[in-house]
Write a protein that binds this ligand. Structure first.
Ligand code: FAD
Ligand code: NAD
Length: 479
């Protein structure tokens, strides 16, 4: 094994492994250093996303959705079944099978593309070199033409509710529960809280979510967030805003949580408590003091728009740098960085990164929200189309929510799209493509959409921007 590479990547998550594969595809000699090993000492690639994030959470969301459909909705279609029961062990085994398949797939891709996989903990040292420490404490120094740091993130802890991995758990623990807790508390009504709270709610838990902020999903378009809050409430998620958790103590096999809100002090008892209050960059002990790398005030590695750190030939991508903590954002950064190393002028359009909450219905967004446009003083127009007027959504018995499209009042250029509703992630993705091509709302309005599809709701929202929708009464006068 050579200790000299064109590219050394630290971290085999979706940012790092994609960068490594792409670098090898571009003909660069590439190594990927990953510290995560399984119980047999074999490297585990895929990072948070494949092992304890995107993929296992979606596997449980899909299983629990099917269960809830069978229990609550099949009868609407005239399908009569005995009350279904859930085998949590089988559900978890299926989830693990999906994870194992994907993680094994990445190892296969490394082999196929000629990426060298190195097990150990990487550290950037001066001169763009990487020091790797293995499990036995042995150190090797890799000479790297370029270093890409993709060490990811870890959950934030809060002092009133220290995670004990038994009763008080983080997202990883919440993905591994072996039985359905009768009462589940969740601190944080953000993305993880809503997704994992939904999984266990659908399976029968009584779920109480304690959220510090007064506003629900403040980063989302507030019209969409309000609609989502109504839907989640109907599903039985008890979301309590404006709460301050003051303590969590395990007593007689249950967690007693104390919190305060505008009405005063309260306490609740839960079988399990999930702490989901955000994630922070894993930037400790990752570089030597003379490496030339610096951190911003929140602990993210400081980079410019091209993911270049302040040290020559050292880049950082994914959750460890500014921007949304999303797998696809990190992967795109990985591709941009290695293409630039290979001499291309690749850039990322950071204004066009979609985000999704995989509840049912999904909540998805790209671009500016209405409140952002107002704050920025942008003159905009909005088109909204409810799924209640979509033939396909009604046929599918899945007609909650709406599509909202925002466009510049003068140029008609699409500025944002926000959806709560069935297949919101895929619908927003259509608008991401349109935005990437600099499309106007009229371009979408003039596009032919198949019938009957959920996509027609995007078409109608685009038509509604100028008061031309067909299947709802337009508020604005046709011009
Ligand atoms: P990570 O995936 O965290 O990977 C970093 C890797 O680096 C790890 O494998 C780690 O072991 C390794 N490493 C760290 N330090 C070192 C070192 N010094 N030496 C060697 N190796 C090191 N995002 C989405 O886009 N969609 C979703 O649906 C979604 N769902 C999520 C659900 C949950 C429950 C969670 C927790 C996250 C979810 N995310 C989702 C976020 C997504 O998982 C992250 O944005 C993504 O994994 C970040 O990728 P990354 O490569 O930057 O870091
Ligand atoms: P988040 O930022 O989405 O939500 C955290 C929530 O906790 C916020 O609403 C915040 O106000 C609240 N909070 C913070 N401190 C609190 C406290 N002391 N008491 C009560 N509430 C408190 O973070 P998350 O849900 O932990 O997810 C972490 C990251 O992982 C996110 O940034 C997200 O990008 C990523 N992720 C993405 C997906 C997805 O793309 N579908 C899924 C899961 C996670």
């Amino acid at each position: 094994m050579s200790d000299k590479y064109d590219v050394v990547v630290i971290g085999g998550g979706p940012a790092g492994y994609v960068a490594a594969i792409k670098a090898a595809q571009l003909g660069l000699s590439t190594a990927c250093v990953e510290q995560w090993v399984d119980d047999k000492g074999k490297v585990v690639l895929g990072g948070t996303c494949c092992n304890i994030g995107c993929i296992p959470s979606k596997a449980l969301l899909d299983s629990s959705h099917k269960f809830a459909e069978a229990r609550d909705r099949f009868a609407h279609h005239g399908i009569e079944i005995e009350s279904p029961s859930i085998d949590v062990a089988a559900m978890q085994a299926r989830k693990q099978k999906v994870v194992t398949q994907l993680v094994g797939g990445i190892a296969g891709l490394f082999k196929h593309n000629g990426v060298t996989s190195i097990i150990g903990t990487g550290k950037v040292i001066a001169g763009a070199k990487v020091e790797v420490t293995d499990a036995a404490g042995e150190q090797t120094v890799l000479e790297a033409g370029n270093v890409i740091v993709a060490a990811g993130s870890v959950p934030v802890n809060i002092p009133p509710a220290p995670v004990d991995n038994e009763y008080i758990i983080d997202s990883t623990g919440a993905l591994e529960l072996e039985e359905v807790p009768a009462r589940l508390g969740v601190i944080g009504a953000g993305v993880i809280g809503l997704e994992l709270g939904s999984v266990w709610r659908r399976l029968g838990s009584e779920v109480v979510m304690l959220e510090a902020l007064e506003e629900f999903l403040p980063m989302m378009d507030q019209q969409i967030a309000k609609e989502a809050a109504k839907i989640f409430k109907k599903q039985g998620l008890d979301i309590r805003l404006g709460t301050r958790v003051t303590g969590a103590e395990v007593v007689d096999g249950a967690v007693q949580v104390t919190y305060s809100n505008a009405e005063g002090e309260h306490s609740e008892t839960f079988d399990k408590l999930i702490v989901a209050v955000g994630r922070k960059p894993r930037s400790e002990e990752l570089f030597s003091s003379d490496s030339g790398i610096s951190l911003d005030e929140r602990g993210f590695i400081y980079v410019n728009d091209f993911c270049e750190t302040e040290a020559p030939h050292v880049y950082a991508i994914g959750d460890i740098v500014r921007g949304p903590m999303l797998a696809h954002k990190g992967s795109e950064e990985g591709i941009m960085v290695v293409e630039r190393i290979a001499g291309k002028q690749t850039q990322i359009n950071y204004d066009c990164i979609p985000s999704v909450i995989y509840t049912h219905p999904e909540v998805a967004a790209v671009g500016k929200t209405e409140q952002e446009l107002k704050a920025e003083g942008v003159d905009y127009k909005a088109g909204v189309f409810p799924f209640a007027a979509s033939g396909r959504a009604l046929a599918a018995d899945d007609s909650e929510g709406m599509v909202k499209l925002l466009a510049d009042a003068e140029t008609d250029r699409i500025l944002g799209c926000h959806v709560v509703g069935p297949s919101a992630a895929d619908l927003v993705q259509q608008v991401v493509i349109a935005m990437e091509f600099g499309s106007s709302a009229e371009d979408l309005a003039l596009t032919v959409f198949g019938h009957p599809t959920l996509s027609e709701a995007v078409h109608e929202a685009a038509l509604a921007v100028d008061g031309h929708a067909i299947h709802i009464a337009n508020r604005k006068k046709r011009s």
